[in-house]
Design a protein around this ligand. Sequence first.
Ligand SMILES: Cc1cc2nc3c(=O)[nH]c(=O)nc-3n(C[C@H](O)[C@H](O)[C@H](O)COP(=O)(O)O)c2cc1C
Length: 365
Amino acid sequence: MFIRNIFLIIIDISYHLLIKQILFIFNPESSHKFIGKFLKKSFLPWRYIGNVLNVEDGNLFTPYFGYYIANPIGLAAGFDKDCEYLKAISNFGFGYITIGTVTVQKQYGNQPPRLSRLRNDSALLNSLGFPSIGMHEFLKNVQQATEYSKTTFLTISITGKSIEQMVESYKFLYEHCDAIEINISSPNTEQLKIFHDDKNLLNLLKEINKYKNSPIIVKLPPYATSNINEKSELLETKDNVMRLIDASLKSEVDGFTISNSRPIITNKLASKKGGLSGKLLYESTAEMVEDIRPVIGNRTVINACGGISTGSQAWNLIKLGATTVQLYTSLIYSGITLPNKMNKFISKKLQSENQNNLIEFINHD
Ligand SMILES: Cc1cc2nc3c(=O)[nH]c(=O)nc-3n(C[C@H](O)[C@H](O)[C@H](O)COP(=O)(O)O)c2cc1C
């Protein structure tokens, strides 16, 4: 235990004092590609790093679509869009990992600059617009990675500009993962808005249900919550998101990710608009989870997503009704020891609040 903690401190200090300092000199997209080169290297001792990062505590087991995952902290979509880093990131201590979003065909995405840091807010702006190697190459990466190590619950995030595209990628990929997340909420692809109409969403889910044999998660767009005072006309209304939830429940979806990055206007990106992610989203995420849990009842999974960066926030969201929490931006700002710290916090909270374990505490059945 002592040696493990020393390693954790060393990883933490190296990230904050060295790696992050170097990465943050460069533009965020170049930094991501650079770090990606290391994450792809199989000579690095990821398994040993995993032994240090994983929190082995049976009390953290979390009920998830009929399975028990090791803990409630997940990796959100977008970090590993092409499934290139799965061997490495499955050792970071996450209870589940979302890879993608993958598109049917290979595509470049939007013009740069399309990713920007707001350092003072620990936030990011992105207008990537789904750069993707396309689902055929993506599947090769999934197969190669899962052959080598398939230890963590794996969700694939898919998207498409039409029902046909969505169904095509669903049919192609669903057998190669544990769940499919349908991304209808990226702010950077205008055509996705067709699925913000509940009738279209209903039609989409009806088509997908013809092939369904594993859990389906719908990643919802954020709505204008009470704490948002910036340009909320870009955001969906709460009423409309509730209609999307209703359509999803009628179609028997198994879970919701609440929610995606928040649409904003900005001069920092070539497209002049994009998605905001990171700490600034936390309050909205909490409000949405609190609103939505009573509406959907206890049986449907909620993955809270947006601005989560501490164990205390994760704990609070679980109390508000989330089954799991997932993150992306805080991993960039806080480094790979973050899931470990969050899980340890939750473990301590269970004890201090006299709870036996998360299975009983979440109790969404
Ligand atoms: C650079 C970047 C790329 C992203 N790409 C995707 C994506 O491909 N699919 C998706 O569903 N969400 C994507 N997201 C959104 C995240 O999954 C997440 O919903 C959002 O960032 C809010 O969580 P966070 O505050 O923890 O980052 C992306 C976010 C960022 C910052």
